[in-house]
Write a protein that binds this ligand. Structure first.
Ligand SMILES: Nc1ncnc2c1ncn2[C@@H]1O[C@H](COP(=O)(O)OP(=O)(O)OP(=O)(O)O)[C@@H](O)[C@H]1O
Length: 219
């Protein structure tokens, strides 16, 4: 499958775009890092790619189908930096995890989610425990692309390593395309097979080669 950001422009204020003609493609077997300075619009772009925000212009295409016109379960799932912002505080974790697609037992076990946690409310879990639920919820059977936006920033190094080891195995075995945002260079180097650099002057750069706006290139 191919996920395509096609000429994506967006701004929160009318007439002021933070994303301008962003264009790139990601294939199922790839792990692509999105690189840009803080405040540039990476999270916003992730939300657009996962269908949460509509671009002012442009499209997000999954095998040529517009993701913003797709009904039902979105095959492009996003894991957020702050899990507490991604869960309904009034639901118990068993209901939160049931909000998406069917989640295989292997995923629950692989992420180290304990049975006892299912009966708790989000406020009764640590950030790391809650993030494991959010990762599991995003790995439903129909997920084809996963967007990981600073997902391990708040975790200790051992938990980071466990979660990333699990995620990398999972996306490789299921041929899920991965888009990753992280400010950690070592993590980016470890995870991404390719990087897309968002750049104010040049639109989008791939592997250091500058492209003018509106072009796309697979590297
Ligand atoms: N809901 C919103 N309403 C208005 N402005 C917003 C909103 N969300 C983000 N912004 C602004 O849009 C810009 C891009 O924010 P975004 O979070 O997408 O950047 P980022 O590249 O992910 O930043 P960081 O690396 O610091 O997480 C910022 O200036 C931010 O203040």
């Amino acid at each position: 499958m191919i996920l395509e950001a096609k000429g994506i422009s967006f701004g929160y204020k009318k007439g002021v775009n933070i994303l301008d003609q962003v264009q790139f493609t990601v294939e199922s077997h790839e792990r692509v890092g999105i690189v840009a300075p803080s405040g540039f619009g990476k999270t916003t772009l992730c939300q657009i790619l996962a269908g949460y925000i509509k671009p002012a212009s442009g499209q997000v295409l999954l095998d040529r189908n517009d993701i913003h016109k797709t009904q039902g379960y979105c095959p492009v799932q996003m894991i957020w930096q702050h899990p507490e912002k991604a869960v309904n505080p009034r639901l118990r974790m068993k209901d939160i995890i049931g909000e998406g697609d069917e989640i295989e037992e292997r995923i629950i076990n692989g992420l180290g989610i304990e049975r006892d946690w299912f009966h708790r409310f989000p406020r009764e879990l640590s950030g790391g425990e809650m993030q494991r639920f959010c990762i599991a919820r995003a790995l439903g059977k129909r997920t084809k692309f996963l967007i990981a936006d600073e997902i391990s920033t708040m975790l200790d190094l051992i938990t980071q390593s466990q979660i990333w080891n699990f995620l990398l195995t999972e996306v490789t075995e299921r041929k899920i395309g991965l888009i990753v945002v992280t400010h950690s260079n070592p993590l980016m180097e470890r995870i991404a097979t390719r990087q897309v650099v968002l750049d104010t002057q040049l639109g989008v750069k791939h592997h250091g080669a500058s492209l003018s706006c509106g072009q796309s290139q697979m590297t």
